[in-house]
Every structure is written in structure tokens, then in C-alpha cells.
Design a protein around this ligand. Structure first.
Ligand SMILES: Nc1ncnc2c1ncn2[C@@H]1O[C@H](COP(=O)(O)OP(=O)(O)O)[C@@H](O)[C@H]1O
Ligand SMILES: [Mg+2]
Length: 275
């Protein structure tokens, strides 16, 4: 993974089994969102391969890529809802793209999914009228509307209060149970990581390479790398050579600086027609 001359991560290698919930972990700026973009077809990696059922996505032709993408649901860090459309219209978008249902069926389906995320009463609202947690849930509804076999979630519970966050975790577990989807998610939220992830990878910004691989709860109990321990067990993080000691509070996952804004939907969703 690199931007021009700047190496972001190297040696990133993992496999996500069907039906697993896989966490991408690591401090701010280590490349988690970038990795998701490599996975969902938004940004080609500088080197390497992203394969789905043995098909190399970035080496495939446009038709194959498009077919693969139709199996992906994505929730962006900022939810990335279309502000000029109602929540219902936003959730209908992937269903339209899928082209299997007529308009009445699409609306019925969108209302059903909004019910799951407890937003049935807000179908006709615009994104600006919803709280942050509600937008996240609306984004999740849009991501799951077609019941994609693969779901990618970028910090689904960041910035939510503990109750909303727990509810979102339960929703993700529910979706997996209902559809058997595999879920790849980025999270800083320890309770979420421990509650829902079966497996995961930990990216390190300093060494620019993954430093741990496994379920967050196993890593919490067994990881020896001080950065992983600091993240998952909230221990004192290692001091960089020559730098003054950092307090645990400074580097606790919850206090990480706000991540950069997501791409605007038009750039971020290659399959979506411009409004
Ligand atoms: N489009 C871009 N061009 C150049 N650098 C970028 C771009 N997007 C992200 N970066 C840089 O790549 C690094 C990883 O970013 P990102 O994947 O957003 O990290 P994370 O999601 O783990 O916080 C950061 O240092 C960020 O500044
Ligand atoms: Mg990010």
C-alpha cells in the first residue's frame, strides 16, 4: 500500500473465511481505511493481490470487477449518505443498482431494512435531520439492503454513545446470523472488537507492517507486541526512541484524532450514478 513515494503498509496478508467477522485494527493513520479501499475496488494497491474466491480483483476485467462489487456492501466512516435524498431513497439506491426489484418492491424492502435498524419512522427524513448514530444506522441499512455476502464497515460505531454502539454491534451479529455474510470492519472501539470479531489483523504505522493477527480477545490475552498490548489492553504504550514518555491517555484508541473525511459518495461509489 503506498501513495506515490510514501509507503503506507507492506506485507499485509490475510484471509477472511465466509461468515467470519474480521477486524482491521491499528492506530490512527496506519492505513485501515486505505486497506478497505483496496478491498472494495476503490483504489488499486501498489503491489499484491486482492482475491475473491480465487479471482484476483485488480487483474480482472471490468465486467468481472463489477460482478464482484455487486456482492459488496460498504458503510463509509462518515456514512456518506446523499444529502439531497431521503433516507428511504438512499437505501433504495443499491437495490436499484441491483436491478432485481421494481420500485414498489424496492421501497418495501428498504422499509423492511430500515425497520431492522430502527429507523422506520425516519424513512422520509433527510440525512441532515438525523443524529450521527442514526446516520450510521442509515448507512448500515443501505449497505445491507441487498444482503451482500460481504460487508465492509469503516468505524461503524465510532463516535456513538455506548448504547447505540452496542446496538450496532448486535445488528452486525444479527446480519451475519441472518445472511451468513462475512464482515470486514475497522474499529477503535474495544467493546465492539471483543464482542463481535472472530479474527483480525493489526496494522502498525511505525513499522508499516502488520504486527499481529488473530481475534482481538486472543490478542488482548496473548499478544506480546507492546503496541498491540497498549491498544487492546490499554497498557502504557512503548515510548519512541528519544521521545518523552507518552501517557496512556494520549494514545488510548478512544482519544485518537478524528480521521480524515471520507471521499464524497460520487467518488467513493463507482457503481452509483451521479444524482
Ligand atoms: N489519498 C491520499 N493521498 C495521500 N495520502 C493519503 C491518502 N489517503 C490517506 N493517506 C495517508 O495514508 C495514511 C493512512 O491513511 P488511512 O488509511 O486513512 O488511515 P486510518 O484509516 O488507519 O486512520 C495516512 O498517513 C494518510 O494521511
Ligand atoms: Mg480510517
Amino acid at each position: 500500500m503506498r501513495f506515490g513515494e510514501r509507503l503506507i503498509q507492506t506485507g499485509v496478508s490475510f484471509k477472511v473465511e465466509p461468515g467470519t467477522i474480521f477486524a482491521i485494527m491499528g492506530g490512527s493513520g496506519c492505513g485501515k481505511s486505505t486497506l478497505l479501499k483496496h478491498l472494495v475496488g476503490l483504489l488499486p494497491p501498489a503491489k499484491g493481490c486482492v482475491a475473491y474466491h480465487g479471482v484476483d480483483y485488480w487483474a480482472a476485467d471490468e465486467a468481472t470487477q463489477s460482478e464482484l462489487r455487486s456482492g459488496f456492501g460498504m458503510l463509509f466512516q462518515s456514512a456518506a449518505l446523499w444529502s439531497s435524498m431521503t433516507i428511504l431513497e438512499n437505501v433504495c439506491l443499491p437495490l436499484e443498482r441491483q436491478g432485481k426489484l421494481d420500485q414498489a418492491q424496492r421501497e418495501a424492502r428498504a422499509r423492511e431494512v430500515l425497520e431492522w435498524v430502527d429507523l422506520a419512522k425516519f424513512a422520509d427524513f433527510y440525512p441532515a435531520d438525523l443524529s450521527g448514530g442514526m446516520k450510521k444506522r442509515a448507512g448500515l441499512a443501505r449497505a445491507i439492503a441487498t444482503e451482500p455476502p460481504l460487508l465492509f464497515l469503516d468505524e461503524p460505531s465510532a463516535g456513538l454513545d455506548p448504547i447505540s454502539s452496542k446496538r450496532l454491534d448486535n445488528l452486525v451479529l444479527d446480519i451475519r446470523k441472518r445472511t451468513g455474510a462475512a464482515v470486514v470492519f475497522v474499529s477503535h472501539e474495544l467493546p465492539s472488537l471483543f464482542a463481535i470479531a472472530d479474527d483480525g489483523i493489526f496494522l502498525d504505522a511505525d513499522s508499516k507492517t502488520p504486527i499481529a493477527h488473530g481475534s482481538p480477545s486472543t490478542l488482548r490475552d496473548t499478544a506480546t507486541h507492546p503496541t498491540v498490548r497498549a491498544f487492546l489492553a490499554r497498557e502504557e504504550p512503548p515510548a519512541a526512541p528519544g521521545s518523552p514518555p507518552v501517557s496512556a491517555a494520549d494514545s488510548a484508541p478512544g482519544s485518537a484524532p478524528a480521521p480524515a473525511a471520507d471521499p464524497v459518495p460520487s467518488a467513493a461509489m463507482p457503481q452509483t450514478a451521479s444524482p
